[in-house]
Design a protein around this ligand. Structure first.
Ligand code: 5GP
Ligand code: ZN
Length: 115
């Protein structure tokens, strides 16, 4: 997708602080972190949101979670824990229309997941 900022990061047209990469998945630090660790984990395939996931993407989504496990270890937040957030659509507050998993940790997070 030509106008997708995350596709541009995947193509290295826009710089990002990449913490993990393989042939299907990229993970990089959020430009506006809300916690000491705030990483976006994305499929390299342009999928607009969780609503666009197809049956064929089920393995890919499963892999994203095992990659998250690896990154959590790498970032040393596996022992204390972390939160995964996937925003979807207008009410969910999704700003970037390329499926992404927020991996947030490195501090004790608030008990609220919405306000
Ligand atoms: P959303 O609100 O769509 O769930 O999350 C989008 C996230 O992408 C936000 O946390 C925002 O800070 C991050 N973001 C937006 N543009 C860029 C960028 O160019 N680089 C990086 N690293 N993060 C970005
Ligand atoms: Zn994209």
């Amino acid at each position: 997708m030509d106008d997708c900022i995350f596709c541009k990061i995947i193509k290295k047209e826009i710089p990002a602080n990449i913490v993990y990469e393989d042939e299907e998945i990229l993970a990089f630090r959020d430009i506006n972190p809300v916690a000491p660790v705030h990483i976006l984990v994305i499929p390299k395939k342009h999928i607009e949101s969780i609503l666009e996931l197809k049956k064929e993407d089920e393995v890919l989504v499963g892999k994203i979670y095992t990659v998250i496990n690896k990154i959590a270890e790498q970032e040393k937040i596996d022992k204390n824990g972390f939160r995964i957030i996937v925003n979807c659509g207008e009410d969910g507050g999704q700003e970037v229309k390329h499926l992404h998993f927020h991996l947030i940790g490195g501090k004790k997070l608030g008990i609220k997941i919405c306000d």
